[in-house]
Design a protein around this ligand. Structure first.
Ligand SMILES: Nc1nc2c(ncn2[C@@H]2O[C@H](COP(=O)(O)OP(=O)(O)OP(=O)(O)O)[C@@H](O)[C@H]2O)c(=O)[nH]1
Ligand SMILES: [Mg+2]
Length: 207
Protein backbone atom coordinates (compact mmCIF):
# COMPACT_ATOMS: atom_id res chain seq x y z
CA UNK A 1 0.00 0.00 0.00
CA UNK A 2 1.13 3.53 -0.75
CA UNK A 3 0.62 5.14 2.61
CA UNK A 4 2.45 8.07 4.10
CA UNK A 5 2.53 7.91 7.86
CA UNK A 6 -0.38 9.88 9.17
CA UNK A 7 -0.75 12.18 12.12
CA UNK A 8 -3.76 12.08 14.29
CA UNK A 9 -4.80 15.42 15.69
CA UNK A 10 -3.44 14.53 19.11
CA UNK A 11 0.07 13.62 17.86
CA UNK A 12 1.12 16.44 15.58
CA UNK A 13 4.87 17.01 15.60
CA UNK A 14 6.54 19.87 13.69
CA UNK A 15 6.50 20.23 9.89
CA UNK A 16 9.09 18.30 7.88
CA UNK A 17 10.97 19.77 4.91
CA UNK A 18 8.71 17.87 2.48
CA UNK A 19 5.63 19.33 4.16
CA UNK A 20 6.46 22.81 2.88
CA UNK A 21 4.68 23.98 -0.25
CA UNK A 22 7.02 23.93 -3.28
CA UNK A 23 8.24 27.42 -4.28
CA UNK A 24 6.90 26.83 -7.79
CA UNK A 25 3.28 26.43 -6.59
CA UNK A 26 1.11 29.29 -7.82
CA UNK A 27 -2.41 27.89 -7.47
CA UNK A 28 -4.12 25.82 -4.80
CA UNK A 29 -7.49 24.14 -5.09
CA UNK A 30 -9.65 22.58 -2.40
CA UNK A 31 -11.08 19.15 -3.27
CA UNK A 32 -13.33 17.00 -1.11
CA UNK A 33 -13.23 13.20 -0.97
CA UNK A 34 -16.70 12.10 -0.04
CA UNK A 35 -18.80 8.95 0.18
CA UNK A 36 -20.76 6.74 2.52
CA UNK A 37 -19.43 4.90 5.53
CA UNK A 38 -16.32 2.79 4.95
CA UNK A 39 -15.95 3.32 1.19
CA UNK A 40 -12.24 4.16 1.46
CA UNK A 41 -12.04 7.96 1.83
CA UNK A 42 -9.33 7.98 4.50
CA UNK A 43 -7.49 5.27 2.60
CA UNK A 44 -7.44 7.45 -0.53
CA UNK A 45 -6.23 10.60 1.25
CA UNK A 46 -3.49 8.58 2.95
CA UNK A 47 -2.41 6.89 -0.27
CA UNK A 48 -2.20 9.99 -2.38
CA UNK A 49 -0.96 12.67 0.00
CA UNK A 50 2.62 13.86 -0.41
CA UNK A 51 2.62 15.26 3.12
CA UNK A 52 1.85 13.31 6.25
CA UNK A 53 -1.92 13.26 6.13
CA UNK A 54 -3.93 14.43 9.07
CA UNK A 55 -6.62 12.00 10.12
CA UNK A 56 -9.21 12.05 12.87
CA UNK A 57 -9.99 8.37 13.20
CA UNK A 58 -11.47 6.94 16.36
CA UNK A 59 -11.79 3.31 17.31
CA UNK A 60 -15.19 1.88 16.54
CA UNK A 61 -16.86 0.63 19.66
CA UNK A 62 -19.70 -1.54 20.75
CA UNK A 63 -21.78 1.64 20.79
CA UNK A 64 -21.76 1.65 17.02
CA UNK A 65 -23.43 -1.75 16.68
CA UNK A 66 -26.82 -1.36 15.09
CA UNK A 67 -26.01 2.28 14.27
CA UNK A 68 -23.01 1.90 11.98
CA UNK A 69 -23.63 -0.12 8.84
CA UNK A 70 -20.37 -1.97 8.47
CA UNK A 71 -21.48 -4.58 5.96
CA UNK A 72 -18.58 -5.03 3.52
CA UNK A 73 -16.08 -3.50 5.91
CA UNK A 74 -16.46 -5.85 8.86
CA UNK A 75 -12.73 -5.82 9.57
CA UNK A 76 -12.74 -2.03 9.88
CA UNK A 77 -11.75 -0.91 13.35
CA UNK A 78 -11.63 2.89 13.03
CA UNK A 79 -13.86 5.57 11.55
CA UNK A 80 -13.36 9.24 10.69
CA UNK A 81 -15.05 11.52 13.18
CA UNK A 82 -14.11 14.93 11.75
CA UNK A 83 -11.99 14.98 8.59
CA UNK A 84 -8.93 13.78 6.72
CA UNK A 85 -6.49 16.25 5.25
CA UNK A 86 -3.74 15.79 2.69
CA UNK A 87 -2.00 17.54 -0.18
CA UNK A 88 -0.88 16.56 -3.67
CA UNK A 89 0.92 18.56 -6.34
CA UNK A 90 -0.65 17.85 -9.71
CA UNK A 91 1.89 19.97 -11.57
CA UNK A 92 4.75 22.15 -10.32
CA UNK A 93 2.29 25.03 -10.20
CA UNK A 94 -0.99 23.41 -9.12
CA UNK A 95 -1.53 21.97 -5.66
CA UNK A 96 -4.67 20.20 -4.47
CA UNK A 97 -5.69 20.31 -0.84
CA UNK A 98 -7.68 17.18 -0.06
CA UNK A 99 -10.38 17.02 2.58
CA UNK A 100 -11.89 13.62 3.39
CA UNK A 101 -15.32 13.74 4.99
CA UNK A 102 -16.63 11.50 7.75
CA UNK A 103 -18.84 8.77 6.29
CA UNK A 104 -21.20 8.15 9.18
CA UNK A 105 -24.40 10.14 8.93
CA UNK A 106 -24.21 11.34 12.53
CA UNK A 107 -21.12 13.40 11.54
CA UNK A 108 -22.54 14.81 8.31
CA UNK A 109 -23.27 18.16 9.98
CA UNK A 110 -19.51 18.78 9.58
CA UNK A 111 -19.87 18.77 5.81
CA UNK A 112 -20.90 22.44 5.70
CA UNK A 113 -17.46 23.58 6.77
CA UNK A 114 -15.64 20.98 4.72
CA UNK A 115 -17.39 22.03 1.50
CA UNK A 116 -16.74 25.74 2.02
CA UNK A 117 -14.69 26.90 -0.98
CA UNK A 118 -14.35 23.43 -2.50
CA UNK A 119 -14.06 23.38 -6.29
CA UNK A 120 -15.17 19.78 -6.70
CA UNK A 121 -15.50 16.34 -5.16
CA UNK A 122 -14.54 12.73 -5.75
CA UNK A 123 -17.38 10.45 -4.66
CA UNK A 124 -16.01 7.05 -3.70
CA UNK A 125 -18.44 4.19 -3.99
CA UNK A 126 -18.47 0.55 -2.97
CA UNK A 127 -20.62 -1.49 -5.35
CA UNK A 128 -21.54 -3.89 -2.52
CA UNK A 129 -23.34 -1.00 -0.84
CA UNK A 130 -24.45 1.42 -3.50
CA UNK A 131 -27.26 2.67 -1.31
CA UNK A 132 -24.84 4.41 1.08
CA UNK A 133 -23.98 6.74 -1.81
CA UNK A 134 -27.47 7.91 -2.71
CA UNK A 135 -27.78 10.62 -0.05
CA UNK A 136 -24.19 11.67 -0.55
CA UNK A 137 -24.76 12.32 -4.25
CA UNK A 138 -28.07 14.05 -3.51
CA UNK A 139 -26.36 16.43 -1.12
CA UNK A 140 -23.66 17.29 -3.64
CA UNK A 141 -26.30 18.01 -6.25
CA UNK A 142 -28.18 20.24 -3.80
CA UNK A 143 -25.03 22.20 -3.11
CA UNK A 144 -24.11 22.42 -6.80
CA UNK A 145 -20.66 20.93 -6.19
CA UNK A 146 -19.31 19.27 -9.37
CA UNK A 147 -18.20 15.68 -8.79
CA UNK A 148 -16.90 12.52 -10.41
CA UNK A 149 -17.57 8.97 -9.27
CA UNK A 150 -14.66 6.67 -8.36
CA UNK A 151 -15.66 3.03 -7.95
CA UNK A 152 -13.36 1.66 -5.26
CA UNK A 153 -12.02 -1.73 -6.15
CA UNK A 154 -12.94 -4.01 -3.24
CA UNK A 155 -12.08 -7.65 -4.05
CA UNK A 156 -15.53 -9.19 -3.68
CA UNK A 157 -17.49 -6.19 -4.97
CA UNK A 158 -19.72 -6.81 -8.01
CA UNK A 159 -18.53 -5.21 -11.23
CA UNK A 160 -21.36 -3.44 -13.06
CA UNK A 161 -21.22 -1.93 -16.55
CA UNK A 162 -20.88 1.85 -16.40
CA UNK A 163 -24.34 2.35 -17.93
CA UNK A 164 -25.97 0.27 -15.19
CA UNK A 165 -24.11 2.15 -12.48
CA UNK A 166 -25.09 5.47 -14.02
CA UNK A 167 -28.73 4.39 -14.03
CA UNK A 168 -28.61 2.99 -10.49
CA UNK A 169 -27.08 6.22 -9.17
CA UNK A 170 -29.35 8.34 -11.36
CA UNK A 171 -26.43 10.25 -12.84
CA UNK A 172 -26.47 12.34 -15.98
CA UNK A 173 -24.33 11.32 -18.97
CA UNK A 174 -21.68 13.96 -18.39
CA UNK A 175 -20.62 12.78 -14.90
CA UNK A 176 -17.40 10.75 -15.27
CA UNK A 177 -17.30 7.29 -13.65
CA UNK A 178 -13.87 5.67 -13.16
CA UNK A 179 -12.53 2.63 -11.35
CA UNK A 180 -9.86 3.05 -8.72
CA UNK A 181 -8.03 1.29 -5.95
CA UNK A 182 -7.99 3.79 -3.10
CA UNK A 183 -4.96 2.04 -1.60
CA UNK A 184 -2.79 2.85 -4.62
CA UNK A 185 -1.28 6.29 -5.06
CA UNK A 186 -1.28 6.20 -8.89
CA UNK A 187 -4.86 4.99 -9.08
CA UNK A 188 -6.10 7.59 -6.59
CA UNK A 189 -4.17 10.30 -8.42
CA UNK A 190 -5.86 9.22 -11.67
CA UNK A 191 -9.27 9.68 -10.03
CA UNK A 192 -8.25 13.19 -8.96
CA UNK A 193 -7.00 13.94 -12.48
CA UNK A 194 -10.38 12.84 -13.85
CA UNK A 195 -12.01 15.39 -11.54
CA UNK A 196 -9.60 18.12 -12.66
CA UNK A 197 -10.28 17.40 -16.34
CA UNK A 198 -14.02 17.41 -15.61
CA UNK A 199 -13.79 20.75 -13.81
CA UNK A 200 -11.79 22.13 -16.71
CA UNK A 201 -14.39 20.90 -19.20
CA UNK A 202 -17.11 22.71 -17.21
CA UNK A 203 -15.32 26.02 -17.62
CA UNK A 204 -15.47 25.54 -21.41
CA UNK A 205 -19.12 24.44 -21.54
CA UNK A 206 -21.40 27.30 -22.65
CA UNK A 207 -24.08 28.04 -20.04
N1 LIG B 1 -9.52 -4.27 -0.85
C1 LIG B 1 -9.62 -2.97 -0.67
N2 LIG B 1 -9.81 -2.50 0.57
C2 LIG B 1 -9.91 -1.17 0.73
C3 LIG B 1 -9.84 -0.28 -0.36
N3 LIG B 1 -10.02 0.97 0.09
C4 LIG B 1 -10.21 0.86 1.43
N4 LIG B 1 -10.12 -0.42 1.83
C5 LIG B 1 -10.31 -0.92 3.19
O1 LIG B 1 -11.65 -0.61 3.53
C6 LIG B 1 -11.75 -0.20 4.88
C7 LIG B 1 -12.43 1.17 4.98
O2 LIG B 1 -11.55 2.16 4.53
P1 LIG B 1 -11.54 3.65 5.14
O3 LIG B 1 -10.50 4.37 4.34
O4 LIG B 1 -11.42 3.66 6.61
O5 LIG B 1 -13.00 4.14 4.73
P2 LIG B 1 -13.66 5.55 5.05
O6 LIG B 1 -14.53 5.83 3.89
O7 LIG B 1 -12.64 6.56 5.40
O8 LIG B 1 -14.55 5.20 6.32
P3 LIG B 1 -15.35 6.21 7.31
O9 LIG B 1 -14.44 7.34 7.62
O10 LIG B 1 -15.62 5.35 8.52
O11 LIG B 1 -16.58 6.59 6.59
C8 LIG B 1 -10.33 -0.20 5.43
O12 LIG B 1 -10.16 -1.42 6.13
C9 LIG B 1 -9.45 -0.18 4.19
O13 LIG B 1 -8.22 -0.84 4.38
C10 LIG B 1 -9.60 -0.83 -1.67
O14 LIG B 1 -9.51 -0.13 -2.67
N5 LIG B 1 -9.52 -2.17 -1.76
MG1 LIG C 1 -12.52 7.76 7.01
Amino acid sequence: MDFNDSDSIGTITGPRAEDHLPDTATAAVKIVIVGGFGVGKTTMVRAVSEIRPLTTEETMTQAGIGVDDNYGSETKTATTVAMDFGRISITEQLVLYLFGTPGQERFWFLWNGLFEGALGAVVLIDTRRLEVSFDVIGRLEERGVPFVIAVNDFPDAPCYPVGELRAALDLSEDIPIVNCDARQRASSRDALMTLMHFLHSLTRTPA
